[in-house]
Design a protein around this ligand. Structure first.
Ligand code: A2P
Length: 292
């Protein structure tokens, strides 16, 4: 689909982006190349994924001009005290001179040697203060955050040092983790939501969900396509990950049909709850049960 959303920076974010979390170096270069050939113009990666170099190679192999592509990467948790340098590392890995969106990956500032050890003299408000200095350097077009719950966003936005409202909050979004309060909060502040793991990630139980299966059957679409369309109609961009050529194409094939209000409501009413990526592996709490 060629649809896009407008960010608070004035730039547009294409509605469907290729996710690359858990795409191993070796497969991701081809996946990125294939996605761009299929028409994707939005690629999502992160320093922490360890695949920025291959993502950059895939972009160059596709022959699609850099300026046509919306490219996102993310500041690693262990790099919060070296924001400018970390961005340079990512730009070098990717082989580009700017990114369209630079996200703070988590509101968690951990020491370089231990992802479990949080700084006691630094946190995400300090990191955002540093990230704001990147605006106007020509190296990032929009700045944003990821995995921020309402409490963290409130703290950030209420801090006097916060001059730039994040353009995006990239969070886990699918029918078993719909986070309506967090999404509504972001929307009320002009923060666009991007949904990661929109298919429920690997071994997703969503493919066997009866509600989704019956809607997919009625629409002559796959469950994956129904999941992505549900996200688009909710108003967020979706970041399906795939390294498989057919699925890369199918996940982008969302033009010319819509879910009815009734179908949307049925999906909204799915009672199952699970999270692909919680915060228990971090030294601090990130999600505060806003939507539980
Ligand atoms: P693969 O890369 O082999 O296609 P998410 O985007 O929620 O993180 O989900 C990604 C997972 O779902 C990956 O395991 C991916 O595997 C798989 N996947 C991606 N697209 C589809 C699809 N259209 N149908 C079924 N599985 C898919």
């Amino acid at each position: 689909t060629t649809k896009s959303y407008k960010l608070n920076t004035g730039y547009s974010i294409p509605a469907i982006g290729l996710g690359t979390w858990q795409s191993q170096p070796g497969g991701v270069e081809k996946a990125v190349e294939e996605a761009l050939r299929a028409g994707y113009r939005h690629i999502d990666t992160a320093f922490a994924y360890g695949n920025e170099k291959e993502v950059g190679q895939g972009i160059r192999a596709s022959g699609v001009p850099r300026e046509e592509i919306f490219l996102t990467t993310k500041l690693n948790n262990t790099d919060h005290k070296r924001v400018a340098e970390a961005l340079e590392d990512s730009l070098r890995n990717l082989g580009v001179d700017y990114v369209d969106l630079y996200l703070m990956h988590w509101p968690s500032s951990t020491t370089p040697d231990d992802m479990k050890k949080h700084y006691d003299d630094w946190d995400f408000v300090d990191t955002w203060r540093e990230m704001q200095k990147l605006a106007g350097t020509g190296k990032v077009r929009s700045l944003g955050v990821s995995n921020f719950g309402i409490k963290n966003l409130e703290r950030l936005l209420n801090d006097p040092s916060c001059k730039i409202v994040p353009a995006v909050n990239q969070i886990e979004l699918h029918p078993a983790n719909p986070s309506p309060k967090l999404v509504a909060y972001c929307n009320s502040k002009g923060i666009h939501c991007s949904g990661y793991s929109p298919l429920g990630s690997s071994n997703s139980p969503l493919y066997s969900n009866e509600t989704l299966k019956s809607i997919a059957e009625a629409k002559k679409r796959t469950v994956a396509q129904v999941l992505l369309m549900w996200g688009l109609q909710k108003g967020w961009s979706v970041l399906p990950k795939s390294v498989n050529v057919d699925r890369i194409h199918a996940n982008f094939d969302l033009d010319g049909w819509r879910l009815t209000d009734e179908e949307m409501a049925k999906i909204d009413a799915i009672p199952d709850r699970f999270k692909v990526c919680g915060d228990s592996w971090l030294p601090i709490k990130v999600f505060f049960g806003d939507d539980e």
